[in-house]
Design a binder for this molecule. Structure first.
Ligand code: HEM
Length: 395
């Protein structure tokens, strides 16, 4: 993918959520100084873009003023329908309580880590003997979706079919017809599975959803299918970006790479710093429900608000020398999993997957390093970011 130099944030946004954007951060740094509540053309209607950490955090905390309602109507709601990311208040809390147990730390103990490691090993087995590989295509893209199939309770024989749909679903921003076709196919595919789990529930996420009640009522098939599509997108797409970006960060920072190779127990430090340095989810959106002031700028009721998580995580008021990738950074906590009521429900799962997946790669591929002879990949993307490719060699 060729890199395009962007002069303004508007230009970058217009290029689309997955455009080849190598460095949005210099534009964000200038905006934090000069226009912290930047007016942008938005995704269809004029919007305000929050750049500073403090404004980002306050907006995410104040869910009454900064409502999530638009996330239930536009963007990915087109393929996944209305889900908790588009709900507010009590309705959100009641529905969120249904999904959190399935991805909570309790559910991730027992056999779960061993299953995640087995899936990582199966993927690595395919290229470990070759001495070189392209890790986006052969590992980071495949691993998180595969990890999701078993806990959902889908038949193992359907992995390939389901995997293809899940990938198509995550492509909705680039290719809406492909995303919509996948959404329809997943829903058709799930119908008999949901019916079977209703008559004979097992110990899996779909069974939990079919037996759950909100306000005394069982969830309908469509509601369950929406939830599952959300989990597939939220769970697979984001973690894929995180693992790719952590590899990119390490492979392009020699001292950090050597340290992690020699001390694999420091992989969690690399994952945490990557969440800040190259936040996989760069922006989330809200709609102002009242006139509100941020950094001295009035945001009018009804305005779409773009919340700059990626910019906040590079804010020099919180992070010293914020553009530096630093395994041993101290001080403020990143805000990559969001904040407040919509804080990422799957953060523990994402960390566990990333740490086990990267641990397996560094253990199984000695002296893992960038393939200097191959065309290098670049960091890319506006809404979600990760490297386009990761050509590596190993001993
Ligand atoms: C690197 C990985 C991940 C990142 C960076 C990430 C980031 C985020 C962010 C920023 C939000 C807040 C959205 C908002 O405020 O509008 C969110 C919400 C959410 N995430 Fe994640 N996520 C990750 C992985 C996962 C995984 C593995 C799951 C698995 C199930 C998951 C499930 C969810 C769900 C269900 C929500 C909605 C929570 C709500 O609206 O109450 N995420 N995530």
């Amino acid at each position: 993918m060729t890199q395009r130099p962007f002069q303004t944030i508007d230009e970058m946004m217009a290029a689309g959520p997955n455009a080849a954007i190598e460095d949005p951060y210099s534009l964000y740094a200038r905006a934090r100084r000069e226009t912290p509540v930047l007016e942008v053309a938005g995704f269809g209607s004029p919007a305000r873009f929050l750049m500073r950490f403090e404004d980002v955090q306050s907006a995410l905390r104040d869910w009454e003023t900064f409502s999530s309602v638009s996330n239930g109507e536009r963007g990915i709601a087109i393929v996944i329908g209305r889900t908790i990311i588009g709900m507010d208040g009590r309705e959100h809390l009641r529905n969120r309580a249904l999904v959190t147990p399935a991805v909570a730390p309790r559910a991730l103990r027992g056999d779960f880590p061993a299953m995640v490691r087995r899936i990582a090993d199966e993927l690595i087995d395919r290229f470990a003997g070759k001495g070189s590989a392209e890790l986006v295509r052969n590992f980071t893209y495949l691993f998180p979706i595969r990890v999701f199939v078993e806990p959902l309770g889908l038949p193992a024989a359907d992995i390939e079919r389901f995997h293809n749909w899940a990938i198509d679903l995550t492509q909705v921003a680039n290719d809406p017809p492909r995303g919509l076709a996948a959404s329809a196919a997943i829903r058709e595919y799930l119908k008999p599975i949901i019916a079977a789990k209703r008559s004979e529930p097992a110990d899996d996420i779909i069974s939990t959803l079919v037996t759950s009640e909100v306000e005394g009522e069982r969830l309908g098939d469509e509601h369950i299918a929406n939830f599952l599509c959300l989990l597939i997108m939220a769970g697979a797409e984001t973690t894929y970006h995180l693992i790719g970006s952590t590899l990119y960060a390490l492979l392009t920072h020699g001292a950090a790479l050597e340290e992690v190779r020699a001390h694999r127990d420091r992989i969690p430090l690399a994952v945490a710093e990557t969440l800040r340095w190259e936040s996989p989810v760069q922006v989330v959106t809200r709609e102002a429900q009242a006139d509100v002031e941020m950094s001295g700028v009035l945001i009018k009721k009804g305005t779409d608000v773009v919340i700059g998580i990626g910019s906040a995580n590079r804010d020099e008021s919180q992070f010293e020398d914020p553009d530096r990738f630093d395994l041993h950074r101290e001080g403020a906590e990143h805000i990559a999993f969001g904040f407040g009521r919509h804080y990422c429900a799957g953060s523990r799962l994402a960390l566990l997957e990333a740490e086990i997946g990267l641990g397996a790669l560094f253990e199984r591929l000695p002296n893992l390093r960038m393939d200097e002879g191959a065309e290098p990949g670049n960091m890319s993307g506006f809404a979600f970011r990760s490297p386009t490719s990761l050509p590596v060699v190993f001993d």
